[in-house]
Design a binder for this molecule. Structure first.
Ligand SMILES: Cc1cc2nc3c(=O)[nH]c(=O)nc-3n(C[C@H](O)[C@H](O)[C@H](O)COP(=O)(O)O)c2cc1C
Length: 359
């Protein structure tokens, strides 16, 4: 039986979740998202179960760093070794996560080659063992699986049927096969097939639909056609973090350039505070278009930001762009505490502005 008391039972219906995304949904971006879009549920990037159990675990454990304001938050694990999953699940429980998710959907070649991610669809017996191992490592945490329709062809009845027999608290389906990668369109009608299967096999399991949703508002409008318990958004949020907000019309495009620069500054500052030199600034560069695409000065700022080699350099470029709250005042790097307080206000201002405009 799924747990009687689990985070999934406390969420609104349908709920809106941010997808787990490697090198994107770290503790920093999750905090930005909580402030600007307040999703109902967040996931970590996937963390390698074996890595979490190894003596040199620091690098792997970084993936599971979080701050209380990110909750409710689910830790996602990947791998193919049940014993490692057992140890990793115990660690996740110790950290105080709201749930543990097993990645059975990643279609990246290097993961598939190891028989992990969506590779587990081909080894259902092992998938079952892994689920049992995670359950015994974290018996009080809700347990979920995120998967795809199948490997080369949709196999909802066989594959998802088997998963539903494992008494999962939640099952998330990205409605594409592994072979599809991201090509074509997500086959949302498969979610209705899964819902019928769930009602028959495991009525207590929460179903989360994923694939190609552009905004939280679009998800909420799909609710009648595809009455899943929750919707999960991924790539759209990297293009526009405010697309995850339930407020209709929320979009970074509705913020002023100054507000967008303030939002990006805050993201960079949080990243510097959290990771210092431990994570490369390279990962921040994919957010240049997230925050600035469409701004009048995007074409000027983009190459300068992409060439930057440090947090300070990126902040300097943004300050020099004439952000009136930052230009000429060296405050961002001189006084981190004041910068933190100011950044919070700027983000709330920015999110609030969009809500007011939309309202
Ligand atoms: C850059 C990137 C990283 C991803 N990392 C993960 C991951 O760590 N774990 C996971 O389950 N899925 C991962 N995914 C898949 C997403 O969670 C999601 O299932 C997929 O993007 C489809 O949803 P979307 O159409 O809303 O983007 C990743 C996708 C992308 C594009």
């Amino acid at each position: 039986m799924p747990l009687a008391h689990s985070v999934y039972r406390t969420l609104p219906r349908p709920f809106i979740a941010m997808a787990p995304m490697e090198d994107i949904t770290d503790t920093v971006f999750r905090r930005v998202l909580q402030r600007v879009a307040a999703p109902d549920l967040l996931y970590t990037e996937f963390a390698w179960a074996n890595g979490l159990c190894s003596p040199k675990a620091t690098r792997f454990k970084d993936r599971l760093r979080f701050h209380p304001e990110e909750r409710p938050l689910i830790a996602q694990l990947w791998g193919r070794d049940p014993e490692a999953y057992y140890g990793a699940a115990r660690y996740v429980a110790e950290l105080g996560y709201d749930g543990v998710d097993i990645n059975m959907g990643c279609a990246v070649k290097k993961i598939l080659k190891r028989g992990a991610g969506a590779g587990l669809i081909e080894t259902p017996e092992l998938a079952r063992e892994i689920i049992a191992a995670v359950r015994s490592g974290a018996p009080h945490l809700p347990l979920s699986v995120k998967t795809r329709l199948g490997t080369h062809r949709p196999a909802v009845a066989e594959w998802c049927g088997l998963l539903l027999e494992q008494d999962l608290d939640a099952l998330c389906l990205h409605a594409r096969t592994a072979a599809q990668g991201y090509s074509g369109s997500a086959e949302w009608s498969r979610l209705n097939e899964l819902l019928a299967l769930r009602d028959r096999i495991a009525p207590g399991t929460i179903i989360i639909g994923n694939g190609d949703i552009k905004t939280a508002s679009e998800a909420l409008a799909l609710d009648r056609q595809f009455p899943v318990d929750g919707f999960m958004l991924g790539r759209a949020v990297v293009r526009d973090p405010l697309s995850l907000s339930r407020t209709p019309g929320s979009s970074v495009a509705r913020l002023s350039e100054t507000e967008r620069i303030a939002l990006f500054r805050r993201h960079i500052e949080l990243h510097a505070e959290e990771w210092g030199g431990r994570r490369q600034v390279g990962v921040l560069k994919r957010f240049v278009s997230t925050y600035l695409n469409g701004c009048p000065r995007y074409a000027t700022l983009r190459p300068l930001l992409l060439r930057s080699e440090s947090h300070a350099e990126m902040l300097h470029v943004l300050d020099a762009a004439g952000n009136p709250r930052a230009a000429g005042s060296r405050h961002a790097t001189d006084n981190p505490r004041a910068a933190r307080a100011r950044g919070g206000d700027e983000i709330r201002d920015a999110a609030g502005a969009s809500a007011v405009e939309a309202g």
